[in-house]
Design a protein around this ligand. Structure first.
Ligand SMILES: *Cc1c(COP(=O)(O)O)cnc(C)c1O
Length: 378
């Protein structure tokens, strides 16, 4: 059978009548920017993640970059990020004029390592920016303590973590500011671009809102160098339809993670590990093997789509080249980039598809074991 990696159309099929109604309502409202649809979704999403404020923006990148600006981070400042995060996290730091300082991730959780983060703090450090990578919450308690001890902001990239919990509390307001993306394939996805910032700090919330509206506060004059970054009411209305389903969808993702654990836990492939305090959103199911590219091809030959998140760590991407930081500078991040493989997971992935993935990985594992003694003898 053909197993797709993402299937955003399935969510539309599940909720088609409600989504079509919501879209028709917006079209018939005559209000095509801002308004009640956006306000209603902002309130619902703030409530969902236990945050005092939610500000819709145009995309996840803007959530990060306007969030950093709202916290006063800019030229000459340093922001600590995991050396294996997505390019957008790093680009947002650069977009405000700050310098990203890469820190090796924990090999067990793929997330920013609090001890290594502490060692990276210097006189110019202004913020720590963990990504809840693959939907696994970063270890926020020690990161928050670290931020408080050194007077730094804690900014969370939660673009992959809708519905995840840390020590029982939803991701959404543990740190000073949380950035979200509603890109169509995220756990909560729009049908186009969308993003949001959540925070408990009313001053930060107001600053993000102003920056996303040209920096204009009152009397139509720009108080700061803002941009135009707004959550579209069509997307807000669609997201409001989807939001009540995220818990059930994430439960299905967790079920698939459990099936993978039962099905391929005894193979050569290393499975993701969730610490006891983590309730992951299972945005991605990322396994590891030194033979990643061989396994990927094996699965592709059997019509199983996989992906790699991410094949090149930021410090080796041309846009982020820094003097004296080349290959070998972050061995853990580089090893992960060479070994990680994302298997299909999603709220609408059926048991038959999951079974096909498990069978294919097991067959690869058997073939590999059978070949090993001969390779050794030869
Ligand atoms: C998707 C994503 C972003 C960017 O979100 P967009 O809405 O595409 O701008 C940022 N960080 C991470 C970790 C992401 O996965």
């Amino acid at each position: 059978m053909n197993v797709a990696f993402h299937d955003p159309l399935a969510a539309y099929r599940e909720l088609q009548a409600e989504i079509d109604d919501a879209v028709a309502r917006v079209l018939g409202s005559g209000r095509y920017v801002g308004g009640g649809e956006v306000e209603a979704f902002e309130a619902a999403f703030a409530d969902h993640c236990g945050a005092g404020h939610c500000i819709g923006v145009a995309n996840g990148f803007d959530a990060l970059h306007l969030g950093l600006r709202a916290l006063g981070i800019g030229a000459g400042d340093e922001v600590i990020v995991a050396a294996n995060s997505f390019a957008a996290t790093v680009l947002a730091v650069r977009a405000v004029g700050a310098c990203p300082v890469f820190v090796e991730p924990s090999e067990a959780t793929f997330n920013l390592d609090p001890e290594r983060a502490e060692a990276a703090i210097g006189p110019r450090t202004r913020a720590i920016l963990p990504t809840h990578l693959y939907g696994q919450p970063a270890d926020l308690q020690p990161l928050l303590a670290l931020a408080r001890r050194h007077g730094l902001a804690l900014v969370e990239d939660a673009a992959q973590a809708h519905g995840a919990r840390y020590r029982g509390r939803p991701i959404g307001a543990h740190g000073d500011l949380v950035a979200w993306s509603f890109y169509p394939t995220k756990n909560l996805g729009a049908m186009g671009d969308g993003g949001a910032v959540t925070t408990n700090d009313p001053t930060v919330a107001a600053a993000v809102r102003t920056l996303g509206q040209y920096g204009i506060e009152r009397d139509r004059s720009a108080a700061s160098l803002g941009v135009n970054s707004r959550l579209d009411p069509l997307q807000a209305a669609i997201l409001a339809v989807k939001l009540p389903h995220i818990e059930a969808w994430n439960l299905r993702r967790r079920r698939i993670a459990d099936l993978y654990c039962e099905g391929i836990g005894d193979t050569e492939v290393a499975l993701p590990h969730a610490p006891a305090w983590a309730d992951p959103a299972w945005h991605l199911y990322v396994v590891r093997t030194v033979e990643r590219d061989v396994l990927r091809r094996w699965l592709a030959d059997r019509d199983i789509a996989t992906d790699v998140h991410y094949p090149v760590p930021p410090h080796l991407q041309p846009a982020f080249v820094q003097p004296d930081i080349g290959r070998g500078a972050f061995p853990v991040a580089e090893r992960l980039a060479a070994e990680v493989l994302s298997l299909p997971i999603g709220p609408h992935l059926g048991d038959d598809a999951v079974g096909a993935v498990i069978d294919a990985v097991r067959a690869w594992d058997r073939a590999r074991r059978d070949a090993a003694p001969r390779a050794g003898a030869g």
